[in-house]
Design a protein around this ligand. Structure first.
Ligand code: MOS
Length: 670
């Protein structure tokens, strides 16, 4: 029934939409031509807390179709996510909150009128500063995505008291902001009772449901078109205010309405990675066997919504320790709500854990690779990543040295990310002549999802990829899970595989098969992970404090690698994002204004080509066939997990300076 000699899966097929993208033919959400298109511009709150009493507009403003605010906006159904209850009340809960929407016949007129709008606001005192001793901090029930906030096994206090060697350190990570190349954008249009949304997101099926509910519509009455997406990293995993506002604006004006967020809005309206203060205590024997770990994270959420960055959870999953305590505390501040940002939890949590282990290795005089190997007796794939990665990188020949003004050092860290799949449905149709249409409402964020699903279907149906016609990126197709949690390929590939196998099993008696993975996914193996190891060589200038990452190498286990070209791109992208976390990225808070002051790419620094000198990734490519029919594990997020710690550990090796508060800015090194 199934083809055993896979031809397409495992080959480096180029992204199918590549030519359309580089020639400009690919359409992104804001680019769909519409008759009588109107443009929305959001008026955002200039204060972090207070009440909006009135919105005054200039009646002479030309080309303005509507100015909506809570005093005149239609009433919406109450959403689960309070940030989506836009223009529904006078309460101001964060700076940057949408308070009014101007709709005009041109984007220039909309922006001009938005700038002329006068807000009458009663401002109140705000509290925007995270401190680990904040009096309002509390322990939540759960942390993201749905794990208990605390865990406690063995007797951590006794084990730490009795340990021959202990480390007790605090690591801090700042607020970080998702900045995909394409900011969030929506064009909304009502077609009778149906709502059409051209929207940039990671989950067309979910957006249809969420926005539909707000307008009292079942999901099938909302048609979300998400053909191409210029990145998301988690910020597009759920509907953002732009989608609701565009639909509202279209409802009021009777025209299609486009809202394209300016870059500045990416720092308040689409979530962020919450800052963390992590205290990590580690106890070990003299030969480097871990006896106790206590990992406590303090982080922040908003007044509107409890979202707890799960930085301590990863410490439950990597090294088996007999005495282990983990916990989280959260403070609700007058700030925007944090959301998913690539490897939420694991990315900041592995900074704390893997830097603390580097400090332990130094204290013990044990090779950091060896320390991790000794503590991973039941994780052979992780050990293989450590050993094979070290060999390929040339870890044993590392040679701390000075080259003119530059101090050169080496560091490493481990990586892990859960392997999971979520319920999805796919449909396959025989078109005749051995051609097939494969349909699923998946979103391709530029990762290669469209290409990989085509490869999977081609092998399952035993035809070349040219004979597969893939349709994704539309909520009217069979429902698909979110392009998040590194679960897309596993979830959607499983559904596509199922549909193809059913069609083949029918042996020509039917021309169409649909497969829903819900029952299978509910039985999937729990607690399985992708793993990896990062190795970094850095140069630190003794004159300027500048850090250059001269080499960065990652060795990964992602199960079966479905497409080495797109996989490599995912790994490297994650590692580079980790470089940004280690060296550049930081939301700089102004407590007086109640916001981050750097809200564009000139002041919020992300790595560019000039920052990346030599980088590479390799992988085991060993299928785990009991996980899903492809034997694959998600690889979208693991690249960012551990790469910041490897770079920070290398900086210490080069300079003797432990940077425990990210990022490693040059002023912290001089
Ligand atoms: Mo990823 S933060 O789950 O999109």
């Amino acid at each position: 029934m199934t083809s055993t000699s896979a031809r397409a899966v495992g080959s480096p097929l180029a992204r199918l939409e590549g030519p359309a993208k580089v020639s400009g033919a690919a359409r992104y959400a804001a680019e769909y031509p519409q008759d009588h298109l109107a443009y929305g511009w959001i008026v955002a709150s200039p204060v972090a807390r207070g009440r909006l009493d009135a919105v005054l507009t200039d009646p002479a403003e030309e080309d303005v179709l509507a100015v909506l605010w809570h005093g005149n906006a239609p009433e919406l159904e109450k959403p689960d996510d309070p940030e989506l209850a836009v223009l529904q009340s006078d309460e101001i809960r964060y700076r940057g909150q949408p308070l009014a929407l101007v709709i005009a016949t041109s984007i220039e007129a909309a922006r001009r009128a938005a700038q002329a709008v006068q807000l009458e606001i009663t401002a109140e005192d705000h509290d925007v500063e995270l401190r680990a001793d904040h009096p309002d901090r509390y322990t939540p029930e759960t942390v993201v995505p749905d794990a208990p906030a605390t865990s406690d096994t063995g007797d951590v206090d006794a084990a730490l008291a009795g340990a021959p060697v202990t480390i007790d350190v605090v690591y801090e990570t700042p607020a970080l902001h998702n900045n995909p190349m394409e900011p969030h954008a929506t064009i909304a249009r009502w077609d009778g009772q149906d709502l059409i949304l051209y929207d940039s997101n990671q989950h067309p099926s979910g957006i249809a449901e969420t926005v539909g509910a707000i307008f009292g519509l079942p999901a099938e009455r909302v048609h979300v078109v998400t053909e191409h997406v210029g990145g998301g990293f988690g910020s597009k995993g759920s509907a953002r205010p732009n989608a609701v506002l565009a639909a509202l604006g279209s409802l009021v004006t009777g025209r299609p309405v486009q809202i394209a967020l300016p870059r500045q809005a990416m720092f308040s309206m689409v979530g962020h990675r919450a800052p963390t203060v992590q205290r990590i205590r580690v106890g070990a024997t003299r030969d480097g066997i871990l006896t106790a770990i206590d990992h406590q994270t303090c982080t922040q959420s908003s007044r509107l919504f409890e979202f707890v960055e799960s930085a301590s959870v990863v410490t439950r999953e990597v090294y088996p320790v007999p005495n282990l305590r983990t916990g989280h505390q959260v403070v609700r501040l007058d700030m925007p709500t944090p959301r998913w940002m690539r490897a939420p939890g694991e990315a900041p949590g592995m900074v704390g854990l893997e830097c603390a282990l580097d400090e332990l290795a130094a204290e013990l005089g044990v090779d950091p690779v060896e320390l991790r190997v000794r503590n991973s007796p039941e994780n052979p794939r992780y050990v293989e990543c450590l050993r094979s990665g070290a060999e390929r990188f040339g870890w044993s020949e590392r040679d701390r040295r000075t080259d003119g003004e530059w101090l050169i050092g080496f560091g490493m860290a481990g990586a892990t990310y859960p392997a999971q799949a979520m319920p999805s449905t796919a449909r396959v149709r025989a078109l005749g002549n051995d051609e097939y249409e494969v349909a699923i409402a998946a979103a391709d964020l530029g990762t290669g999802a469209r290409t990989i699903l085509t490869q999977i279907a081609a092998d399952e149906l035993g035809v070349p990829v040219e004979q597969i016609h893939i349709r994704i990126g539309n909520s009217t197709l069979p429902q698909a899970s979110v392009a998040g949690g590194s679960s897309g390929s596993a979830s959607w590939g499983w559904a596509v595989t199922g549909a193809c196998r059913e069609l083949r099993a029918a042996g020509g008696s039917t021309e169409e098969a649909t497969f829903d993975t819900t029952a299978l996914v509910q039985q999937q193996k729990e607690g399985r992970h992708a793993s990896g190891a990062h190795f970094a060589e850095v140069r630190v200038s003794t004159v300027t404090g500048e850090v250059r990452v001269s080499r960065l190498f990652g060795m990964f286990d992602g199960g079966r690698i479905l497409n080495p070209r797109t996989a490599r791109s995912q790994f490297l992208g994650g590692m580079i994002m980790g470089m940004g976390m280690a060296l550049h990225e930081e939301g700089v808070l102004d407590p007086a204004q109640g916001t981050w002051v750097n809200h564009d790419l000139a002041e919020y620094h992300i790595p560019t080509h000039a920052d990346v000198e030599w980088i590479d990734a390799a992988w085991l490519d060993a299928p785990e066939s009991d996980l899903n029919p492809m034997g694959s594990k998600g690889i979208g997020e693991i690249g960012i997990v551990g790469s910041p710690a490897a770079i920070l550990n290398a900086i210490w090796h080069a300079t003797g300076v432990r940077i425990r508060s990210l990022p490693a800015r040059l002023d912290k090194l001089l």
